[in-house]
Design a protein around this ligand. Structure first.
Ligand code: PMP
Length: 436
């Protein structure tokens, strides 16, 4: 009997080892990691350079508490992240995961408001659907009913605006009017709340688990930036899933030239080697907070040298293997092949994504966009069938966490054409079995 407990009672095989894009259980069954875990293992499993960097660091020191020591590894990783993120975002705060990063960003924004004499600003507007983490603060800005409802009321429920889902609203995502239409919902919400109460707006540049790789419409990001500037609202980009090359650029925001005030990263930064996250903030925000006595916040394991050494080696691999470019080219091919599956299997109602953040959504009827009946739990059924064939994919509910089913296909960024063939063959066979 196991002493572990997780979200559900479902048992999975025991992992034995993993290499590149493959994983093996103790029975010797091989799995293609078509979801990079949970969009984490961007550079694949057991990368020898990362393991060597970790070994080198472990032989020197594994932990130096941040209030006692600076470390070379944390300094170097902070420098690198400042280089890789938009100009003016140079101040880095380390954490150990995505929820911690989101919490930290919101607390930093709050301290910034207080430091700059705007203490009435505390509301963080977010979108629905969205996912920003499982701690209570991050959950309060998460728009995903099945995850928030079990804990309702939230510590302080935060205002939500609809995420731009042009395909469900019958709007053209390539028409700039569509982007403006959705972005203006932010302005309306700020005015409803009272601008003097609004602290920040948090977005996933491309919705991950929440909307299933849904890319925002043309014009949306520019208008969001303008609105935040106009009302003095801190724009937080939650790049926990989209960062570290996943969408074909280092940050998802780069696709639109968007410059957030705060970026949060995690998953692909530690890449499955270490728990690691980072908050990368505008100098003016951090300078204001530091001038008023510093950031009253921090986690024990933050910035530990082992995590930072691994993170640095991960970033080196992303650069030296040109993984952003590979994510773009293989992602384009994967999306084209998913469209091929859509032609063959009527149950696929939509295919979408950017780079290797790709997904398809099941629908009962493409013309009405009606989802499959929620009680079928189609997304979980599909994941289980694919798993039995040795293909790991990731799934969630698309419609606010309670209906709709999307399957995320997000393999490590190191894949080549043969892996795409293998993924498509596995999905095709699973879809056939799924429909019978
Ligand atoms: N933000 C986003 C966009 C995420 O996808 C996730 C994880 N799925 C989180 C935050 C929370 O990250 P973690 O699970 O590491 O706390």
């Amino acid at each position: 009997m196991s002493n572990l407990f997780y979200q559900s009672g479902a048992k999975r095989p025991v992992l034995d080892h993993a290499q590149g894009v493959y994983m093996w259980d103790q029975q010797g069954n091989r799995y293609l990691d078509g979801s990079s875990g949970a969009m984490v293992c961007n550079i694949g499993h057991s990368n020898p350079n990362v393991l060597a960097a970790m070994r080198r660091q472990m032989e020197k020191s594994t932990f130096g508490y941040r209030l006692h020591f600076e470390t070379e590894a944390s300094e170097a990783l902070a420098n690198k992240l400042a280089e890789l993120t938009p100009e003016g975002l140079n101040k880095v705060f380390f954490v150990s995961g995505g929820s911690e990063a989101v919490e930290s960003a919101m607390k930093l924004a709050r301290q910034y408001a207080i430091a700059t004499d705007k203490p009435t600003r505390w509301k963080v507007i977010s979108r629905s659907p969205s996912y920003h983490g499982c701690t209570l603060g991050a959950l309060a800005v998460t728009g995903y009913s099945s995850l928030t409802a079990p804990f309702a009321p939230m510590m302080q429920e935060m205002p939500k605006i609809p995420a731009p889902r042009a395909y469900l609203d019958g709007l053209d995502p390539n028409d700039p009017k569509t982007g403006i239409h959705y972005a203006d919902m932010l302005e309306a919400q700020i005015l409803r709340e009272g601008p003097e109460t609004v602290l920040a707006f948090i977005i996933e540049p491309i919705g991950g688990a929440s909307t299933g790789a849904l890319v925002p419409p043309v014009g949306y990001m520019d208008r969001i930036r303008q609105i935040c500037d106009q009302y003095g609202v801190v724009l937080i980009a939650d790049e926990v899933m989209t960062g570290a090359g996943r969408t074909g650029t280092f940050l998802g925001c780069e696709h639109w030239g968007l410059r957030p005030d705060i970026v949060v990263m995690s998953k692909g930064l530690g890449a499955g080697y270490v728990p690691l996250g980072a908050v990368i903030a505008d100098d003016k925000i951090v300078d204001a907070v530091m001038d008023k006595g510093g950031f009253a916040h921090g986690f024990t394991y933050a910035g530990n040298p082992l995590a930072c050494a691994a993170g640095l080696a991960v970033l080196d691999e992303i650069a030296s293997q040109n993984l952003c470019a590979n994510a773009t080219s293989t992602g384009d091919k994967l999306i084209a092949r998913l469209h091929g599956l859509m032609q063959k299997h009527d149950v696929i109602g939509d295919v979408r994504g950017k780079g290797l953040l790709t997904a398809f959504e099941f629908m009962a009827d493409r013309s009405t966009k009606a989802p499959l009946p929620p009680h079928l739990n189609a997304h979980q059924l599909f994941v289980d069938l694919a798993y039995a064939r040795g293909l790991i994919v990731y799934s969630r509910r698309t419609r606010d966490g309670i209906a709709g089913d999307h399957i995320l296909v997000c393999p490590p960024l190191i894949i080549d054409d043969t892996h795409i063939d293998e993924i498509i063959t596995g999905l095709d066979a699973t879809l056939t079995e799924f429909m019978t």
